[in-house]
Structures are given as C-alpha cells and as structure tokens.
Design a protein. Structure first.
Lengths: 95, 493
C-alpha cells in the first residue's frame, strides 16, 4: 500500500501538523519509502496468532480511587506560553 | 584531574568510602572535564552549581558516616528524564524551556542513593534516531575517531550524548533509555557498556514518553560492574507506573563474578547478516570462543521471525508515538506558534514548527497505520508478528540460558552519512530491536576495535527478569576481551 498526496494531507490534518503544499510531495516520497519496506510483514503467516497486548505477563494493578497529587495550579500553569490567573489562554473558540 | 575522571564508578565509590578523595574533588574534576569537552556537544544543559552543592552535601554525609550506596558519585542524565527545576527538552524544540515541576522516578532513585547530577545529555529528538543527528541541539559527537582521521563520527543514538559523555570520561555513568536499541547501539558505537533491563524493571514515570510498550531506562557506563551498580539504584517498584513490576530489585553487583561455567549460550543463526562486515562475524565467533573457554556450552538456536522485527517495530513505535506526542499542543507548555487565528491553526503550526523532520515522519506513519481502514492491516498485524517474535525467544529458552549476538551491524559512521535515508538509518537497530518487542533484558559490551580503530560491541540477551545472568555473561566477555583502549582526547579545549 502506498499513500498519495491527498492521503498525506489527510493524515497531516489528523495529526494536527501543518504541512505546507511544497513539502507534501517530499513527505509522500519518504512515507512511501518506509511503508514499502514495512510491506514485507505481509509474508508472515499470522493465522490464529493473538496480537500482543502486554509485554510482560502481569495483572493490571489496582489502586484506591483517591487524590494523590494536585492543588497546585501555579506549578501546573508555570510552563504555559500564555496564562491568565490560573487558566491557559487559547485563541477564541466560541463566537 | 584526568586521573580522577578515568576512575570506574566502583573504584570512585571505594575511594570515597575510604576517604581517599572527596566528592567535591571528584565532582570538580568531572565539571572541568565536561566544560573542556563542549566540542563533543554531549550535554544540552550543564548543572555545575547543583553538582557542587550535591557533592558538598555528600561529603558531609560521608564524614558523618552516613553514606548511601552511590554517595557523591557524579553522573549524567539523558534529557528525556524530567528533572525538577532543571530544563528538560527531549532533544526537541517543542518542549522549549520546559522546566518540570517533578522528578522522574529513576533520577529520584539515583539522588536518593546519593548520586550527584552533572547535567542533562544530548539525544535524538524524542529518542527517535540512531545517530543523535535528529536533536534540535545539533548532534553529539563520538569521542572516537578512525585511525589517522579527523572526521567527526556519530556516537549512535538515541542516547548519544550519554554515550559520548561516558566514553570521554565526562561522568562516571549516565542514564539512557532504549526503545529499539537506544542504549545498546550508542554504547557499542562509543566503546562502553549499556544495559536495557526487562520491560517494567525501571519505572517509566517522569520519562518523556515515546513508545510506551517498548521504552525502558537503563545505565551506560565504562564497565559491566558499574552498570550493575547503577541499575541496582535505578530500578524500583513504583506505584506511579502501572507497568512497573512488583518484584524486589536484586543487588546486581552480587554474583557478577559467578562465571559462565555450565551455562548454555545460544547463537541465533538469523543474526548472521548478508553483507555485514567480516569483522562483525569474526568478533561474534571470538565471543563464543571466549565463553566456551570459560566453561559455557555453545548451542545453535533459531529465531525465525528476526527479519520481521524492524518492520513490526516501525508500525508499533510510530503508532504509540503518534498517540503520546498528541499532548504537545502549544497551550500547556513548550513552543507556541505566533499569530494563530484559531485553536486548530495554533495546534498545527506549533507542532509543525516544534517537531523536527524525523518526528513528523513517525507521527504521520503512526497516524496512518492507526487510521480507519488501515488499523488491522498494519497495527494488528504488527502486534501479531510481535507475538511470534516473543514466541521465538520462548522456544530458544528451552535450549539455552542466554543469547550472544553482535550489538550493531557496523561501527560508528560519519555525521551526515545516513541522515537522508530513513530506512538505512533504521537498519542500525537490526540486532537490538527484537529485544524491545519481546520485553527482554540485554547488555552491550565493548570487545574490540575495527581495523580502523573504532569500537565494536557484543550483545548478551537474557530471559525476562534475568538481568543477573546477562550481566554475568557480559562480565565474562569483558574479562576475556580485556578492552582497555580509550579514545584520544582530541576534544579538550
């Protein structure tokens, strides 16, 4: 399987990465190089094989549903590019 | 000064305990070495003042008779580990001047054991790379150069800054992370020891996530003993990481000298690559000979799905990365594009400006293989192949206790040589990536030099949670190889 320019544009949109028109062509070439190489997986007989879901056999851990951290808004917004009081600031989303 | 920086971590520890040297003296020597080696670009952030403060506190504890296991030992931290109050970049522009308000569990464990932080090391952006060339901060440079050559070589990656710092004796040891070979490959290319523990042995909490089912932290050092010591104080059971395993952490230094007598060492035939340099094969055979001479039994084994490991990895890892890297939005931390007129525009431009070319490729590949209509053809198939790869190892363990393989398909290569061809760069990890897919522990040990004078390594793969045997076999190889060469100090300012 290979991707065309429209598909590259669509996945860039899904990934929320702006891809200028002049870069679509070269990105398409690079992605197809990688996807072509990955194609060899289709030689493998996977009939009746379960997909791996956990690397090391282990029961999922449970913990009490309690607050373990928090209450420090100042620390949380400290790294934000733009804030107002303890809020993150984004461009207007509702007219 | 140089005498102190050439100590092993174990010897430095013993000298500190015997009060033959103070941590302040030792730390000053390493700070000086670090500052004189900026040409190597091994560090993206130096923390001189913090190092000297930590050393002073360590000296006070040593004099009080209250020394902890790593008291006063200067180490470097890969810039993928969040360090409270110290900028953490993951080698990316998108994290900008991110200053974590928390400390990763692994680095906290090291500080709790008394270690001293020298700084944060360079790395491929988000640990995606095998040469350190995808770093936003320019590549780290390998301290090793080919005989009669002044050409700069890559230190391998993604933990390239850590490898360069350890190889150039700028620290006693460094942390790395290994998702497809990012500890073992740079260790081999830089002539040092690197250990990737079993998945779940070290907590991933506070490590900037790349591919969560593959990422694992481990030590990079100049000797196997040093790696065993460091690993004992990096690993822990951590309730902040639900995949951290509930097993007590052994003291990996115990039993290190146990030898290999009676052990069965498997040689997987699929690791013999067509077109690989003859030196790699010769060294591999030499390694098997060394182990046989020390009483191990060498057995041939087969891991039939080996050749599918890299392509499976390049589905699973980008898929997980595309999900993990969704958090970089230009809103909560890191780089934010100027002049965006709406929220989606802000996301798209912040990410486009903040991510480098390799990261974009992988996020797009990951987005594609997870998208509607392709999920089963790519992602589910890759996870099934992963099951088959794991099964290969389980069958091999019926015949052997550990595996011996080359660490890399070749020595360090010149900066710029492979950076325009993603797939040829990916092939660097052909011998290391199977281990990540199966969650196994493995160690890379430097064993010799090519004709051109560049280091090569061998890899020992252990069973799940059997780091101890892998380390013991690694130690036996280290003893036999007696690799004592050092890079020439051409970088000294």
């Amino acid at each position: 399987m290979s991707v065309d320019k429209t598909t590259v544009g669509r996945i860039a949109k899904l990934a929320r990465i702006a891809l200028p028109d002049e870069q679509v062509e070269s990105m398409m070439g690079e992605l197809n190089g990688i996807l072509g190489w990955i194609e060899q997986l289709h030689e493998v007989d996977i009939d009746g094989v379960e997909p791996m879901t956990s690397v090391v056999a282990q029961k999922l851990k449970m913990r009490d549903d309690v607050v373990t951290a928090g209450g420090d808004a100042a620390a949380i917004v400290a790294n934000a590019p733009q804030t107002e009081d303890d809020f993150f600031v984004v461009p207007k989303v509702v007219e | 000064m140089s005498e102190l920086t050439h100590l092993t971590l174990a010897d430095a520890r013993d000298m500190l305990r015997a009060k033959k040297v103070s941590s302040s003296e030792l730390t000053r020597a390493f700070v000086a070495a670090m500052e004189r080696a900026r040409m190597l670009n091994a560090f993206v952030t130096e923390t001189r003042d913090r190092a000297l403060e930590m050393a002073k506190a360590s000296d006070e504890r040593i004099w009080r008779g209250d020394a902890r296991p790593l008291e006063g030992l200067p180490v470097a931290i890969k810039d993928l580990f969040c360090t409270k109050g110290v900028r953490t970049t993951a080698g990316s522009r998108i994290l900008g001047n991110f200053i974590p308000p928390y400390e990763s569990t692994v680095s906290q464990n090291l500080w709790d054991a008394g270690a001293v932080m020298l700084g944060k090391t360079n790395m491929d952006e988000f640990a995606m790379g095998s040469s350190n060339e995808t770093s936003y901060f320019k590549p780290a440079i390998n301290p090793w150069r080919a005989r009669d050559s002044n050409e700069n070589l890559v230190p391998g990656g993604s933990s390239g800054g850590s490898a360069a710092a350890v190889a150039a004796s700028l620290c006693l040891g460094a942390t790395g992370t290994d998702t497809g070979g990012s500890i073992r490959q740079p260790a081999a290319l830089s002539g040092i020891v690197g250990v990737k523990p079993t998945y779940g042995r070290c907590s991933r909490w506070g490590i900037v996530a790349f591919a969560s089912s593959l990422d694992q932290a481990g030590p990079m050092t100049r000797t196997v003993r040093d790696a065993a010591i460091m690993l004992s104080h990096m690993a822990s059971v951590d309730e902040k990481d639900s995949t951290s395993v509930d097993m007590p952490v052994p003291d990996y230094e115990d039993g290190l000298e146990g030898g290999v007598s009676g052990l069965r060492i498997g040689i997987p035939k699929e690791y013999r690559l067509q077109g690989a340099p003859p030196e790699i094969d010769a060294l591999w055979q030499q390694g098997a000979y060394w182990l046989r001479a020390q009483g191990a039994e060498i057995v041939d084994v087969s891991l039939p799905h080996t050749k599918y490991a890299l392509p499976a990895y390049y589905i699973v890892a980008p898929a997980e990365a595309s999900s993990n890297l969704a958090r970089y939005d230009g809103v909560r931390y890191g780089h934010r594009a100027e002049g965006s007129h709406d929220l989606v525009d802000l996301y798209e431009h912040s990410r486009s400006q903040g991510f480098g070319a390799e990261v974009k490729r992988r996020v797009l590949i990951g987005t594609y293989v997870l998208s509607a209509g392709y999920y089963d053809a790519y992602y589910t198939r890759a996870q099934k192949v992963r099951t088959l790869i794991k099964r290969d190892f389980e069958r091999a363990w019926e015949k052997c206790d550990a595996l011996l393989t080359p660490a890399t398909p070749g020595p360090a290569f010149p900066v710029g040589r492979k950076s325009n061809d993603p797939v040829s760069m990916y092939l660097n990890d052909v011998f290391t990536v199977t281990v990540n897919l199966a969650g196994l522990p493995a160690i890379s040990v430097p064993v010799g030099l090519t004709e051109n004078g560049l280091p090569l390594g061998l890899q020992v793969i252990g069973k799940t949670f059997d780091e101890a045997t892998a380390l013991r076999v690694g130690r036996s190889i280290e003893l036999a190889a007696n690799f004592t060469d050092r890079p020439r100090s051409w970088w000294m300012a």
